[in-house]
Design a protein around this ligand. Structure first.
Ligand code: SF4
Length: 59
């Protein structure tokens, strides 16, 4: 699995870091991916919850 954040779409709401601190970390107003394999979090659900669909999850 590969998790990425499109920083040009991210609006910095912080939801992904709040829900999945193992995988996402806010940095300068955008979400960064700490663990691109997404382990420790339901990243597919998180991708659906992102308000601007900036989170992509590839199988
Ligand atoms: S949930 Fe989406 S918009 Fe919000 S910080 Fe994470 S990637 Fe950015």
């Amino acid at each position: 699995m590969k998790v990425t954040v499109d920083e040009s779409l991210c609006v910095g709401c912080g939801l992904c870091e709040t829900n999945c601190p193992e995988v996402f970390k806010m940095d300068n107003g955008v979400a960064k991916v700490l663990k691109s394999d997404g382990s420790g979090c339901d990243v597919k659900s998180m991708a659906e919850q992102c308000p601007v669909t900036a989170i992509k999850v590839e199988e």
